[in-house]
Design a protein around this ligand. Structure first.
Ligand code: COA
Ligand code: AMP
Length: 631
């Protein structure tokens, strides 16, 4: 079938409000919107102003009421614990009500924040839905972050409650979460009233009397009581969650997601972009701590009445590179969404795709990739081995759903390798030079979105409206700055080439090199430092730190480098994958003192580079090159 994309995009362009009003009919509202879009509200306007709704109701209750009660809502597959479990929509409702009752009993009310610090277990999704049910705002923190990162989030979100578990399970080790939680609570200035901790059989933990509550005990009591906890009507514009993402400093940005626009956009995307139907099995192999996990492990598939797979494992090593194919085959997954790095990891261990041949993948229809640039080699490999279309799509924590993609449900567009295809309805894209002037087609520039952003995209940063405007809206007035650079070709296809800020992408995880520099600068022997992302075959990029030592320091540089590596792991967490630091005499700078990180990166990656005209001392670049080659 030929794609209806151009027709649908044109319809949106002609009348955005009519487009989203029509999409909104897929959602059950307690009270419909007074204005589909209110341009006067917020920094750039707000969607579905005046409406009231509840996200949990739309994800769970309405499916139970309309015949999906016995359908699996969540399939939990955990090769790291050797367990599998299917949870029906009816059971999900019971579990969510039980947890919602506990939260209410502990004094959590509409608008209060709850931090969820949990591994990939169904209780994490139940916790998110329970918060949504009572109108509390959840903030999920990824398990790979260190205690101080968790503490920063506690201080910013000021939650009154935290839901956690005793441990997470990595293939190489059991990660004790509770000591991290305790340390974070100690470090944070804001004090929570209580925690709810799920004891996992792999590692039990101590509970602090009067503060920590046992998840299983309270859930058993709540199930027994079977209290009916109705879905709290919230404003469509009320926050559903805050998700912290890396910014250009060590202070993460609290991306706010509202209830109404988020539901409308995600529901629309499930059919139009992913071509999934209610009742089908959808799997996003990510983590609930990332935006992909929020949108497409939990909310998108459940809004659409799908079965979602919640996977606790890795693409390789749990136990082998055939795990993805086993899950697709066993649970009859129609659509898989993951990061290219996962496929590079699989390809690295099974280059000929021998494991693929062991499984029946006949009902598997599409593979979607996002989180980092999908390199054509990986796409070709996946297409060849799996025999299904492989769809790259580009989005950000801030937007919550696809900015540019190939909307399979509208009819697949011709694929151009290296491009995530075309802007989705809702996104009017321009490519601007640094002065804000449009560049010619196929010329590289700043990728920006004309305001307003569509439903589902963030309206602001948590408690930081000014930072929101400064970081995203002020540089190019009238636009949202994506901080990605790239170009649009003659056919309107976008190509995303690089970040324009200090963000690097490590195994699909977004990290700030500025944040790592802040940590390294704390080392007593470090006078100055720079962190860059260097190319890595499997992870895409890995960080590398350059340290200039204080005058007079004559300790063994290797020792200092090991301490620097340990410091980043301790302060940011293992997820930073910071394993390489080098001591150098000086850092290359412009005459005005700016560190030439981009040139350093090109040298590290063995790419062609030009001597920057403004460089202070060209000899320093040779020193960097020598340090990288170990001389
Ligand atoms: N809790 C605690 N530690 C965690 C963690 C968690 N939830 N997740 C990762 N870590 C740790 C890892 O154990 C590792 O520690 P190590 O340095 O002791 O080995 C470190 O953080 C880095 O993890 P990761 O970047 O995931 O590397 P990896 O080598 O363990 O796995 C991949 C690499 C590619 C297999 C894995 O990153 C992956 O599956 N990524 C694709 C899917 C994805 O998550 N995408 C995100 C957005 S779509
Ligand atoms: P995150 O907020 O963690 O989802 O990371 C968003 C960033 O990841 C984007 O700004 C891009 O730099 C990068 N990214 C995500 N998806 C893609 C993609 N399909 N192609 C290129 N870059 C991507």
């Amino acid at each position: 079938m030929s794609s209806k994309y151009h027709e649908i995009y044109a319809a949106w362009e002609k009348d955005p409000e009519a487009f989203w009003a029509s999409a909104a009919q897929e959602i059950d509202w307690f009270k419909p919107a007074e204005k589909i879009f209110d341009p006067e509200a917020g920094s750039y306007g707000r969607w579905f102003a005046g409406a009231t709704c509840n996200t949990c109701y739309n994800c769970v209750d309405r499916h139970v009421e309309t015949g999906r009660a016995e359908q699996a809502a969540i399939i939990y597959d955990s090769p790291v614990t050797g367990s599998r479990k299917s949870i029906s929509y009816r059971e999900l409702l019971q579990e969510t009500q039980a947890l919602a009752a506990i939260l209410k009993d502990k004094g959590v009310k509409r608008g209060d924040r709850v931090i969820i610090y949990m591994p990939m277990i169904p209780e994490a999704a139940v916790a998110m839905l329970a918060c949504a049910r009572i109108g509390a705002i959840h903030s999920v923190v990824f398990g790979g972050f260190a205690a101080s990162e968790l503490a920063t989030r506690i201080d910013d979100a000021t939650p009154n409650f935290i839901i956690s578990a005793s441990c997470g399970i990595e293939p190489s080790r059991i990660v004790a979460y509770k000591p991290l939680l305790d340390e974070a609570i100690d470090l944070a200035s804001h004090k929570v009233t209580g925690t709810l901790v799920l004891q996992r059989e792999q590692l039990a933990c101590d509970l602090v009397e009067g503060r920590d509550h046992d998840f299983a005990t309270l859930m058993a009591e709540a199930r027994e009581a079977a209290e009916d906890v109705p879905c709290e009507p919230v404003a469509a514009t009320d926050p559903l969650y805050v998700l912290y993402t890396s910014g250009t400093t060590g202070q993460p940005k609290g991306v706010v997601r509202d209830n109404g626009g988020h539901m409308v956009a995600l529901k629309w995307s499930m059919k139009a972009i992913y071509d999934v139907n209610p009742g089908e099995v959808y799997w996003a192999a990510s983590d609930v701590g990332w935006v992909v996990g929020h949108s497409y492990i939990v909310y998108g598939p459940l809004l659409h009445g799908c079965t979602t797979v919640l996977f606790e494992g890795k693409p390789v090593g749990t136990p082998d590179p055939g795990t993805f194919w086993r899950i697709i085959s066993e649970h009859k997954v129609e659509t898989l969404f993951t990061a290219p790095t996962a496929f590079r990891a699989i390809k690295g261990q099974d280059p000929d795709g021998e494991y693929v041949k062991k499984y029946d993948l006949s009902h598997f229809r599409h593979l979607f990739l996002a989180g980092e640039r999908a390199d054509p080699v990986t796409i070709h490999w996946a297409e060849d081995k799996l025999g299904v279309p492989v769809i790259d799509h580009w989005w950000q924590t801030e937007t919550g759903w696809t900015i540019a993609g190939n909307p399979v449900g509208l009819g697949i567009m011709p694929v151009k390798y290296g491009s995530p295809t075309v802007p989705m309805p809702g996104y009017a894209m321009d490519i601007l030079d640094d002065e804000g002037n449009p560049v010619a087609r196929s010329e590289l520039g700043n990728i920006v979105v004309r305001l307003p952003l569509p439903p589902g995209s963030f309206p602001t940063l948590w408690n930081a409206e000014e930072r929101f405007r400064d970081a995203y809206l002020s540089e190019f007035p009238g636009y949202y700055k994506t901080a990605d650079a790239g170009y649009m070709d003659e056919d309107g296809y976008l190509f995303i080439m690089a970040r324009t800020d200090d963000i690097i992408n490590v195994a699909g995880h977004r990290l700030s090199t500025g944040g790592m520099e802040e940590v390294l600068a704390e080392h007593r022997d470090v006078a100055e430092c720079a962190v860059i992302g260097i190319a890595d075959e499997m992870k895409g990029q890995v960080p590398c730190g350059f340290l200039v030592l204080n005058a007079g320091v004559n300790r063994n540089p290797d020792e200092i480098c090991s301490e620097a590596v340990a410091l980043v792991r301790e302060k940011i967490g293992p997820v930073a994958a910071f394993k390489k630091a080098l001591v150098v005499k000086r850092l290359p700078k412009t005459r005005s003192g700016k560190i030439l990180r981009a040139t350093m990166q090109k040298i590290a990656d063995g790419q062609e580079w030009k001597m920057p005209a403004t460089i202070d001392d060209p000899a320093i670049l040779d020193e960097i090159d020598a340090a990288l080659s170990g001389n």
